[in-house]
Design a protein around this ligand. Structure first.
Ligand code: GDP
Length: 296
């Protein structure tokens, strides 16, 4: 991801960094190209506009134009603004609450929700020494609960025993009770998805939320779907409320627009990124590192 954007930007910046002097027109021309590159990377139009406006305000200032290496200063301003657009600081999953801490995973079918639930459970178990219980609340897809059980075995994390015929809210209640009795630190609730957002799904998510009062509600979205991922996040947030986003398939060759627009459009931090199918292919999202990668 980001390779073509990165190539485009380095082409644009090569033209200005070697020069000892830049006119306001030179800066504006470079920014027009940056704007085009971001739009081609599928970054939301409003986000691109506000980004280039902020860069322009700083970059056409006398300080830059008159500096010894004006091109480098423009690149640095773009870098800083990229970091700001991506959310400035890394925001880890927050577990600061009374145990067992409920984490609710939401998202469309196929976004990588179940895989991410298991990846995150593994990580919390291994890196933070948490005792984690996972439960699948997906009663619509017959194989869903079994899929989580198998992943749980694979990563060495407990899953709630499957009881046929229970509703998602019943399973969630049973998971919370089992976690209290078993002395678990974290309960991860893997909810059902759909191919698209519909009313029954939103109502189900609201009911589960009301029953479990999750400390984190993480929206899992497929980065390869670009602006659709951003729209999905916005819809889930307005109906259910999300505390953070996990972008999956960042290892794929998408254009990167979802990662770049998500924070600015939804106001919610990307907390983690999925970078592969393997159970350890989950990383923290560091705005600074992503900006470094994009600007080479
Ligand atoms: P769910 O329907 O949202 O629960 O989706 P799944 O967790 O079943 O994932 C669907 C497919 O996406 C599986 O084949 C996963 O291995 C794959 N997948 C999930 N996350 C990633 C990721 O970050 N990168 C890649 N390449 N594949 C992923």
């Amino acid at each position: 991801m980001f390779e073509s954007l990165s190539d485009r930007l380095s082409g644009i910046f090569d033209k200005i960094t070697g020069r000892g002097a830049l006119s306001e027109a030179d800066v504006n021309e470079a920014l027009r190209e940056v704007r085009r590159a971001l739009l081609e990377a599928d970054v939301a139009l409003d986000v691109v506009k506000s980004f280039t406006d902020k860069v322009r305000t700083r970059a056409v200032g006398a300080e830059v134009i008159r500096s010894v290496k004006p091109g480098q200063m423009v690149v640095k301003i773009v870098h800083d603004q990229l970091v700001e657009m991506l959310g400035a600081e890394a925001e880890p999953v927050d577990l600061a609450a009374a145990a067992p801490v409920p984490i609710m995973m939401v998202g469309l079918q196929g976004s990588g929700k179940t895989t991410t639930t298991a990846k995150l459970a593994k990580r919390l178990t291994e890196r933070q020494r948490k005792k984690v219980l996972m439960a699948s609340l997906d009663t619509r897809r017959p194989a869903a609960q079994e899929q989580l059980r198998v992943l749980g075995e694979q990563v060495g994390v407990a899953t709630l025993p499957i009881v046929a015929g229970q509703s998602p809210v019943d399973i969630a209640g049973r998971a919370m009770n089992a976690a209290r009795l078993g002395g678990y630190d974290v309960v991860m609730l893997d909810t059902a998805g759909r191919t698209h957002i519909d009313e029954p799904l939103m109502i189900e998510m609201q009911e589960i939320k009301a029953a479990t009062r999750p400390h984190e509600i993480l929206l899992v979205a497929d980065a390869l779907t670009g602006q659709d991922a951003v729209n999905v996040a916005r819809s889930f947030d307005s109906r259910v409320g999300v505390s953070g986003i996990v972008l999956t398939r960042v290892d794929g060759d998408g254009r990167g627009g979802a990662a770049l627009s998500m924070r600015a459009v939804t106001g919610k931090p990307i907390k983690l990124i999925g970078v592969g199918e393997r159970m350890d292919a989950l990383e923290d999202f560091h705005p600074g590192r992503i900006a470094d990668r994009i600007l080479g």
